[in-house]
Design a protein around this ligand. Sequence first.
Ligand code: C5P
Length: 215
Amino acid sequence: MIIAIDGTLASGKGTIAKRLSGWYGLPHMDTGRLYRATGVAAMNKNTDFDDPAALAKVARTLDLNDYSEDQLRTAEAGQAASKVAAVPEVRAALLELQRAFAHQPKGAVLDGRDIGTVVCPDADVKLWVDASVEVRAERRWKELHDKGETLSLDEMIAQLKERDERDKTRKDAPMIAAVDSVLIDTTHLTIDAAVDKARAAVDAVIAQSSEGSGS
Ligand code: C5P
């Protein structure tokens, strides 16, 4: 079973993905890490962000073990990620890796921006996770503040809006809900309540397919 989880930054999609992965015993890929690592690697190597071929080479030769979670979760890494993610050559370089991960024998859970639309349009379950920009900014701001970043909440809201806009308007694989996705708005939900909704959507698909197979 392939579960595709897309949505906006700090909507809760990563936590939902991890919890579904544990519950259903499926491997999980956080595809944002691929773009974050590409962005950080490009910055470290002083790669020209206007050179698609050079950025694609960085993506193709990426070793995720080179980067700690802390390095990848900074606001700067997020901004760099959304810039390299707008480059079609980078997306192409990362596509097969994601598809191969999804098509393991048991299936997988992948979260990102274009899993249900581009990476796995054939996914068994598609979720679209979103929340208001103010609530998302506050969540991410708290997370970064606890790690010692000194960004203000207003700056965080501005950054989120900028990134949402870039992700939504890029030509290649823009961030958009797949037409057959189930919406989970986490603005007023606890994470447990959001996970319950996600599980209900997956269980409905499992029940349907076992009815269909006559078992
Ligand atoms: O989810 P996360 O915030 O880690 O993603 C960082 C950036 O990577 C996003 O803002 C987006 O530009 C890009 N991304 C993408 N497609 C994905 C996953 C992430 O374009 N499947």
